[in-house]
Design a protein around this ligand. Structure first.
Ligand SMILES: [Zn+2]
Length: 141
């Protein structure tokens, strides 16, 4: 289930070979965790806020291959970033959950874009309506 937004969301903030100084990598959980934001039904319908971003990291262990020059860092590790209660939030995602969470983020973004378009159309309709009323009033003897 790869969507356009998923690919966009998967772009890395710290590309390979440029993530030096990033300390530890979180271990991969053995089984993908189910990720629920509000409730499974509401999440599926409305989507969830935020974006999924892939990151690469160097573990910092001196003997690890990632510490050698020219070697790529570990990853990608997937994180869900969102704003909640006025705070920037970040959550590690199991690799298996990342596509689903990214799709839910895309869904919410699409819903909000639709809502903005609807609001804009309503405002325009209101303006045109009052212009028509004004013209009708003026036209009266
Ligand atoms: Zn390493």
């Amino acid at each position: 289930m790869r969507s356009e937004g998923l690919k966009r969301c998967y772009q890395s903030r710290t590309p390979p070979h440029a993530a030096a100084g990033v300390k530890s990598a979180q271990p991969q959980p053995k089984t993908p965790r189910r990720y629920v934001f509000r409730s499974a039904e509401v999440d599926e319908r409305d989507g969830i806020p935020g974006c999924v971003i892939a990151q690469y990291r160097r573990c910092g262990k001196p003997r690890c291959r990632c510490s050698r020059p020219g070697e790529p860092p570990h990853g990608p590790y997937f994180f869900h970033y969102w704003r909640g209660e006025g705070k920037a939030r970040k959550r590690y995602l199991a690799r298996g959950d990342a596509p689903r969470v990214a799709a839910l983020c895309d869904r919410r973004r699409a819903h909000r874009a639709d809502a903005r378009t609807t609001k804009r159309l309503i405002r325009r309709f209101d303006r045109i309506s009052s212009e028509i009323l004004e013209l009708l009033e003026r036209g009266r003897p």
